[in-house]
Design a protein around this ligand. Structure first.
Ligand code: SF4
Length: 222
């Protein structure tokens, strides 16, 4: 079944430190392509097109996760976008297999949908997560250590999340990190991940202080 299901992926960022969109590290962030929410001021316009990025089957993504786990890169899996719920069926399938294979790995989901909408329409997806950060990005609201704007709500859903995140509101602000990730053509993709200071995000017009994540540029370097 995994061979038939696929996800449209904007990027995979590896080697992220604790505090970069989650408590543990080294972590991996899966940036999902496609978003129709349209928050004014969004600086991740490159993730909006549904067919942008690249298509990866659930099976291939699981293989990648096994490889990253073997390399010690998978203390946490963070899911951002774009808007992850726009690919909910395949993402659910990925997370069902993922949480079975890696029960020690923390799973963090960022969504531009409200917590109420997530509970009502995406409960099976939410059930696989330790932490959900919910709500649209509002550009004139200040960021928090876990979100691009302070209207976004942080939900700790497991005992592990309660333990790891109980003091998230006292975490440093604007933790960002560069991630260098291999891509299929032998090149490397450099990403900035985290919640950058608003001025930096505006200048770069790529990093996002979004729902979630600040995924930046898709700069390729030899
Ligand atoms: S901030 Fe996030 S949820 Fe909002 S439009 Fe941008 S990518 Fe979509």
């Amino acid at each position: 079944m995994d061979d038939a299901l696929h996800l449209q992926v904007a990027a995979v960022a590896c080697g992220l430190a604790p505090g970069v969109l989650g408590a543990t590290g080294p972590a991996t962030q899966l940036v999902l392509q496609g978003c129709r929410i349209g928050c004014p001021g969004c600086t991740s316009l490159h993730t909006h097109a549904a067919m942008g990025g690249r298509q990866m089957t659930v099976a291939v993504l699981l293989q990648l996760m096994h490889r990253l786990h073997g390399q010690g890169q998978l203390a946490r899996l963070t899911l951002t976008g774009g808007e992850p719920t726009e690919q909910a069926p395949a993402l659910e399938r990925l997370l069902a297999s993922f949480t079975q294979a890696f029960p020690q790995t923390e799973v963090v989901l960022y969504s531009g949908r409200s917590w109420r909408a997530l509970q009502r329409h995406f409960a099976p997806l939410v059930a696989h997560c330790d932490v959900v950060v919910a709500g649209p990005f509002v550009s004139d609201r200040p960021p928090t250590p876990m979100a691009g704007s302070d209207n976004q709500t942080v939900h700790l859903l497991t005992p592990r999340a309660e333990r790891l995140y109980r003091d998230w509101q006292r975490w440093p602000m604007h933790r960002v990190q560069l991630s260098v990730t291999p891509v299929p053509d032998g090149m490397q993709q450099m990403l900035m991940v985290g919640i950058p200071q608003r001025q930096v995000a505006q200048v770069m017009n790529g990093p996002k202080a979004c729902t979630a994540a600040a995924v930046a540029t898709s700069t390729k370097s030899p």
